[in-house]
Design a protein around this ligand. Structure first.
Ligand code: PMV
Length: 329
């Protein structure tokens, strides 16, 4: 049995588009901050003689598409080590998965570490990042803590498409996550990216912009230029959504609470609080701010009828093995 844990991450420069769907290789790089409030614990056990893999998420047995995704992921490791043994996967999240927060990042990063270990496959962190990427593009970044940069690479098989930690950046930011009350999203990231690439007139411009934003955001983090960072991160997020909205038919992840929270963040900033927002493929707004402003920012993001809760998070560490699953209430 192997137990691993990993945190989700939120991208400051977003990944939205694949250059290869089969190997799940991104079309451009991305840059994120790992968050400790959004954590997954995963226990993987080999079940000798069992006919197939099983999956439990937060105590509920899961079948269908989610189980198939896990099976195909485990196959990558089974093929590598020449072992066809079935596994039982138990996964626990410390945050509401139904809300559509970035659960695939922490899930596949933890799974990569646990599955490799259970089959005795020794991997470097770059190899683990590549393996996690096969499960979910953003999971490649969750192998590492703090600020992380993902490179798209050029190799056809994705051998150079992995993430690396930006260890020398020391810009203390924490997050308030404004969890919207919403049903599960209708278009997941894989389908959303495919549809955007196929039909959005802005897709090529978006990919070009990501390269510019990556350099500029990394420079703003290094020089600790908050105003510049705020402008770049919000711009990159809105460009990703504009790109998806311009697909035909357009993909709109925003809800009324999303626009409300954007407005609140910008008002706060205009009043002098250093804070900026970003939004993944869903309605939830994530506000980044220095630690001393976190409570005030979280407070200002509560109060909308469609905001279920505001979670606060500090920076998370990289994926790693653990002794046992904790009790999560
Ligand atoms: O890892 P995926 O396939 O769920 O894609 C993640 C896409 C975004 O969350 C919208 C952006 C990102 O870079 O995390």
């Amino acid at each position: 049995m192997s137990v691993a844990t990993a945190c989700a991450n939120i991208a400051l420069v977003k990944y939205w588009g694949k250059r290869d769907a089969l190997h799940n290789i991104p079309a451009a790089g991305s840059l994120s901050l790992t968050l400790d409030r959004l954590r997954t614990w995963t226990e993987v056990t080999r079940v000798e003689g069992a006919p197939s893999d099983t999956l439990t998420i937060d105590g509920h047995p899961v079948a269908g598409h989610a189980l198939e995704r896990i099976r195909r992921f485990a196959d990558l490791v089974r093929r590598e080590v020449g072992d066809s043994g079935a596994i039982s996967v138990k996964s626990q999240n410390t945050f509401p998965t139904a809300a559509g927060l970035a659960s695939s990042a922490s899930a596949f990063a933890a799974l990569a570490v646990a599955v490799a270990d259970v089959f005795g496959l020794k991997m470097t962190e770059s190899e683990l990042s590549i393996l996690a990427r096969r499960g979910s593009g953003s999971a490649a970044r969750s192998i590492f803590g703090g600020y992380v940069r993902m490179q798209a690479g050029v190799a056809e098989d994705g051998a150079d498409a992995y993430a690396s930690p930006l260890e020398d950046i020391d810009f203390p930011l924490v997050a308030a996550i404004c969890v919207a009350r919403a049903e599960a999203k209708k278009i997941g990231s894989t389908d959303g990216m495919k549809h955007t690439r196929a039909t959005s007139p802005y897709y090529d411009a978006w990919i070009r912009q990501v390269d510019l934003d990556l350099e500029a955001v990394e420079a703003a983090l290094r020089s600790q230029d908050f105003e510049r960072l705020a402008e770049l991160v919000e711009g990159n997020c809105l460009a990703m959504h504009a790109n998806a909205m311009a697909a035909r038919p357009g993909i709109v992840y925003f809800r009324s609470s999303t626009l409300w929270a954007i407005e609140r963040v910008r008002t706060l900033r205009a009043e002098g609080t250093p804070v900026f927002f970003t939004i993944d493929a869903g309605p939830h707004v994530v506000a980044f701010t220095p630690p001393e402003h976190l409570n005030a920012v979280a407070q200002r993001l509560t109060g909308h009828l469609d905001v279920a809760e505001v979670l606060t998070s500090s920076v998370g560490d990289g994926a790693h093995l653990a002794d046992a699953m904790p009790e999560i209430s």
